[in-house]
Design a protein around this ligand. Structure first.
Ligand code: ADP
Length: 611
């Protein structure tokens, strides 16, 4: 009877809660966590895209510039140096910043200049010693070529017909197809090696996402074939040749003259570097450093930095040209930590938002669930309350009517019996009054309309009166009801309050003591003064209140959860109203277990005049 909400209803609510709140909440959290994890990679990817665009643009600038350099050299080269090669070629060197040591070869690759045994300076001598074998067509040197261009047919053959036609520009298609497809790369490199072509490893190892698993730099996209000078110059009139001497790259320019001789020069390293450096749009920003890196992995130009940076580990990089093998355009993050911490910051904010959202959904859901459960419980308690109250009203009414009818017939001659009937009628009607008072008080309190007729009340007299009044009835049903006054309460105990309400509180406790006592029918009311307060203990020898219920018994409509309570009639309002009345008087009612079994319900009230 006590706990009224049935488990079936609660279970259903639990399921609804799980379906409506927990399941979508968990789904939401899973989706959010996955997208947070992607967010970090996404931020890096975005940055990679932006920087790659800059790098690719720089590569295209370098390619154009190399063409321009070749043209400039062709235009400035002497047209007929044969009459006085020494003067004309030296003059070429002196007037053109890009020109280093010069050379002149016959159509049969005899070195006409610098002439061995001639009056040569140190630069010309060292040039001769490093290059004479090659210039006189006795030494093969590696000549570089874009692998995608060399194997264009094989790569494009992989493409569906239609795509080839739409793309139109097959070389570009081949290059991008090659870059995207790792399997294809492997196959083509293998094929190149089989055909005697060589692929050197790149000097740089980009660290942007995707490349980060690699430990070793990948092979260069510029592969080389060993050729002699006659093969290199066979089908063209001018060109640039990249020569590795002791792993250092130097560029040679050559041009065929009208009579078949070849004139040319080493391109001055500083001249070349100076021209290329001017191409870099902006060396560094807050985000990145953009530069060109040579075959030794050294930047052509770098911002002055306090810390040392590993220029071999750019964020993104692209190889430049077959003319400058192993040179790359590369972008570095100015502050790599900043990118990571930015990603982490975004992730952290998202985490916080999701946690807050999830906790609020859960907390909101639990609150709603609890509110609904409380409502259901209350509704059920109210229904039971109506049934209990109707029953409680009916029983005293029935007895009053029965005794009244018996008296009316006048058949009962015994005066003693008649008095007994009358006093039973009085006490039953008092019980009725108390019950009705409780119900009325409860509804007034609910509506905030309860009013107290406050005055000075002597609690000693009030208790004495009430106990004396009740004693006959209690004795009749076998109870021993005693009022004890401790020495501290030897005079009147004045309090400020509504006497009717205070009496009602005491009667509620007395009635409970009667209802919840079993074999030992003894009730004691003890009055005591405690400093500025009065304590009235209503003590019985009943079954007491289990520890788990000592708080709940003061809640509205709450009734104990045992079989004795089930047998006893009640509304579940008595203690809650008593507590409200006493709190409205600045006091309270407490439950204390009684030594030797039973309950103590203690009324506490402040004495009048005391704060
Ligand atoms: P009611 O008595 O109508 O059930 P109350 O608000 O007066 O409602 O009491 C609430 C519950 O407290 C009771 O149902 C009972 O379980 C418990 N209770 C109250 N007084 C006593 C008492 N003197 N001894 C044991 N249990 C009590």
């Amino acid at each position: 009877m006590g706990k009224i909400g049935t488990p079936v209803r609660s279970k259903r609510l639990g399921w609804i809660f799980a379906l409506v709140v927990i399941v979508p909440g968990i789904l939401l959290a899973v989706i959010a966590v996955r997208s947070i994890n992607r967010e970090e990679a996404y931020i890096e990817k975005q940055l990679e895209g932006t920087l790659l665009a800059e790098v690719v643009y720089l590569v295209s600038l370098v390619e154009t510039e190399l063409g321009r350099i070749e043209r400039d050299l062709a235009d400035s080269a002497p047209l007929d140096p044969i009459s006085d090669p020494e003067r004309l070629l030296r003059q070429w060197r002196e007037t053109t910043a890009l020109v280093g040591s010069t050379f002149l070869l016959s159509a049969q690759f005899e070195i006409l200049w610098p002439r061995v045994g001639g009056d040569l300076d140190a630069g010309e001598l060292s040039f001769l010693s490093l290059n004479s074998d090659f210039l006189s067509n006795r030494l093969e040197v590696p000549v570089f070529q874009d692998i995608a261009a060399a194997f264009e047919d094989e790569i494009v053959a992989q493409q569906p017909e239609q795509e080839k036609r739409i793309a139109g520009v097959e070389r570009q298609l081949a290059r991008s197809q090659f870059e995207m497809d790792e399997e294809l790369q492997e196959r083509i490199y293998e094929q190149a090696t089989e055909e005697g072509l060589k692929a050197r490893p790149r000097v740089l190892l980009p660290s942007a996402p995707g490349a980060e698993q690699q430990e070793q730099p990948p092979p260069s996209i510029f592969i080389s074939r060993d050729l002699r000078l006659d093969e290199i110059t066979k089908e063209r009139d001018q060109g640039l040749i990249s020569r590795f001497v002791d792993d250092r790259l130097s560029l040679l320019f050559w041009k065929r003259l009208a009579d078949g001789r070849l004139v040319g020069c080493v391109i001055s390293d500083t001249g070349l570097r100076d021209r290329l450096i001017t191409l870099i749009p902006q060396l560094y920003t807050a985000v990145r450093i953009l530069t060109l890196v040579d075959e030794q992995g050294r930047p052509l130009v770098a911002p002055e930095e306090s810390g040392s940076r590993d220029y071999r580990r750019p964020f993104v990089a692209r190889e430049l040209s077959a003319v400058l093998p192993l040179w790359e355009a590369a972008a570095y993050l100015t502050d790599p930590e900043a990118v990571i911490s930015r990603a982490q910051r975004v992730a952290r904010v998202l985490w916080a938002l999701i946690s807050i959202l999830f906790v609020s959904i859960l907390a909101g859901g639990i609150l709603v669930l609890r509110a609904v459960r409380a409502e259901v419980l209350l509704a059920r308690q109210k229904t039971t309350f109506v049934a209990n109250v109707s029953h409680e009203l009916k029983t005293p009414l029935t007895s009053i009517r029965m005794f009244a009818e018996m008296l009316k017939t006048g058949r009962q001659r015994s005066e003693v019996k008649r008095r007994e009937y009358l006093s039973l009628m009085v006490s039953e009607s008092q019980r009725l009054t108390r019950l009705i008072n409780n119900v009325l008080d409860f509804s007034r309190m609910e509506q905030g309309r309860k009013q107290y007729a406050r005055q000075r009340v002597d609690l000693l007299s009030l208790c004495r009166e009430t106990v004396e009044n009740q004693r006959p009835r209690y004795e009749q049903i076998g109870f021993d009801l005693q009022l004890c006054r401790e020495p501290s309460a030897d005079a009147a105990l004045w309090v400020e309050g509504d006497p009717e309400s205070l009496k009602q509180s005491l009667l509620n406790l007395l009635s409970n003591a009667e209802k919840y006592s079993e074999e030992q029918k003894a009730i004691e009311v003890v009055l005591r003064r405690e400093e500025s307060r009065v304590h009235i203990d209503v003590m019985d020898r009943g079954r007491g209140v289990p520890a788990s219920q000592t708080r709940k018994i003061f809640e509205e409509f709450y009734r104990g959860e045992d079989c004795l309570t089930a047998k006893v009639r009640g509304s579940g309002l008595g203690l809650s109203i008593t507590r409200r009345i006493l709190r409205d008087h600045g006091g309270d009612v407490l439950y204390l277990p009684r030594e030797g079994g039973g309950s103590i319900f203690r009324i506490q009230l402040p004495l009048a005049g005391a704060s």
